[in-house]
Design a protein around this ligand. Structure first.
Ligand code: AHR
Length: 488
């Protein structure tokens, strides 16, 4: 039996809503087909955005959406994506399968999507193959409300008012696909590019430095030394794989060993964050610079028979468990982690939604985000618990992961049980009387169960019984499950 004490008076910090951010890249079937089908499509759409996908995503209250990449961002020239569609030049998407990109989804379409989703935009600019002028002009085009040739061009293209834009990334993975730069060289480029990104809107832009991959401490050191004072945050990318990036494994593996390795790799996020936090604290003890984990999630081998450049994978309870473990880690570091964007929103890597032509399914990761969404903009609470653990081949993994938060007098406790074999009886004890509580859990019969097109959903949350007595709640956490307990 696991006993969890929730100290409702111990406020540990505000959980930024942006931790629940999403990412949409021009990659595979993410934008085209997954989100944007064009006005003439047989699939029901509003201004080209498919209604089924948008309406499902709206239920997640997505706080921020990153676009257009990823690696695509440093190959993207925004001017190709404005004006009449028939006049937009097409290009080869060399990062992702060498497919033709017709640029029908551009700046105006992105803001239309942001508007339909009720989210905030986060745009990543092109440092790798772009120019300072191109980047500065894009920002003026989007955000200047006065009389200027660029603002007037935006008006001519159908958008009178400037768009609200807070988050702007200055390049992506500039140590790799964004230009293979040395940290010192990129830091200089960041300073140069960002100097010319002006603030035209009411609020200053929150500029994001292209940060390190995984535990690249040298990159973080240089960014903190040379760029952080002129930025809002520094990004970090860290993906989860079964046996490392060269041996990612199948998204539908039902092997207990693969699962164990995957969980262990998801938990590596704690170490990665701690490592970078230490460096950031050295240069910024007041914690003004945000850590922006703008790419994270499970990355597996592509599904057999699909385009290797499209990064299409399936989604199971393993993904939901990994996502909860990682979101808990971000929340535990909420004094530094200001934003995170899971990769990616539809049809790519660890998606919320998968589509097949006009069909659509919600993945276990979608449901996990829905179960956890009330943590957004809440206060993280102090908790005490001891987790049982299990060991395999010298690696020890905790059985439980728990977070609790408070918002407007209501509490949310999210828990996961990583064990494939054993359920866990749980007692939650609060330091105050509880008037009502409900619990919702998601588990699966097998590690490889997934929600398939045209079939009944097999992995989705259901209500479970919970006993409430004074200040104490008791219930059983099923094996390999994620749960959310709402308490009043
Ligand atoms: O999310 C897929 C890719 O992973 C992104 O384009 C890139 O930034 C990262 O390497």
């Amino acid at each position: 039996m696991a006993k969890i004490k929730v100290n409702t008076n111990e406020k540990k910090g505000r959980i930024s809503k942006y931790i629940y951010g999403q990412f949409a890249e021009h990659l595979g079937r993410c934008i085209y087909e997954g989100i944007y089908v064009g006005k003439d499509s047989n699939i029901e759409n509003i201004n080209g955005m498919r209604c089924d996908v948008v309406s499902a995503l709206r239920e997640l209250d997505i706080p921020v959406l990153r676009w257009p990449g990823g690696c695509f961002a440093d190959d993207y020239h925004w001017r190709d994506g404005i004006g009449p569609k028939e006049d937009r030049p097409y290009m080869v998407n060399t990062n992702w399968g060498n497919v033709v990109e017709n640029n029908h989804f551009g700046t105006h379409e992105f803001f239309e999507l942001v508007n339909q989703l009720g989210t905030e935009p986060y745009i990543c600019g092109n440092v790798g193959s772009g120019t300072v002028q191109e980047m500065r002009d894009w920002v003026e085009y989007m955000t200047f409300g006065g009389d200027s040739p660029l603002a007037n061009e935006r008006r001519k293209n159908g958008q009178d008012e400037p768009w609200k834009l807070k988050f702007f990334g200055v390049g992506n993975e500039n140590w790799g696909c964004g230009g293979q730069m040395r940290p010192e060289y990129y830091a200089d480029q960041y300073m140069r590019f960002s100097t010319f990104i002006r603030d035209y809107g009411e609020e200053p832009l929150y500029k994001i430095v292209g940060g390190p991959n995984q535990d690249d401490t040298e990159w973080m050191e240089v960014m903190m030394q040379k760029t952080a004072k002129n930025a809002g945050g520094v990004s970090l990318h860290n993906y989860t794989c079964t046996r490392g990036f060269k041996n990612k494994g199948s998204s539908l593996s039902d092997s207990a060993e693969d699962y164990f390795l995957l969980i262990n790799d998801a938990l590596r996020m704690e170490k990665v964050i701690q490592t970078h936090e230490k460096i950031m604290d050295k240069y910024d003890p007041e914690k003004k610079t945000g850590l922006i984990v703008d790419e994270w999630g499970n990355w597996f081998d592509v599904m057999p028979g699909t385009n290797p450049g499209f990064l299409y994978q399936q989604n199971t309870i393993r993904d939901a468990i990994c996502a909860m473990l990682i979101l808990h880690i971000f929340q535990n570091h909420c004094d530094r982690v200001y934003m995170a964007n899971i990769a990616q929103i539809v049809n790519v890597l660890q998606s919320m939604i998968l589509t097949d032509g006009e069909k659509m399914v919600k993945t276990p990761t979608y449901y996990l985000f829905k179960m956890m969404k009330n943590h957004m903009d809440s206060e993280l609470l102090g908790i005490e618990y001891e987790s049982p653990s299990y060991t395999k081949n010298g690696i020890t993994v905790p059985k439980l992961s728990v977070n609790a938060s408070e918002k407007s007098g209501e509490y949310l406790v999210t828990l996961c049980n990583t064990s494939v074999t054993d359920s866990e009886d749980v007692v939650i004890e609060l330091d105050r009387a509880v008037s009502s509580a409900s619990a919702v859990c998601m588990s699966a019969k097998s590690l490889s169960d997934f929600n398939d097109f045209d079939k009944e959903e097999t992995v989705k949350p259901t209500d479970i019984p919970i006993n409430c007595n004074g200040d104490t709640l008791t219930f059983t956490l099923p094996k390999m499950s994620v749960c959310a307990v709402s308490i009043k």
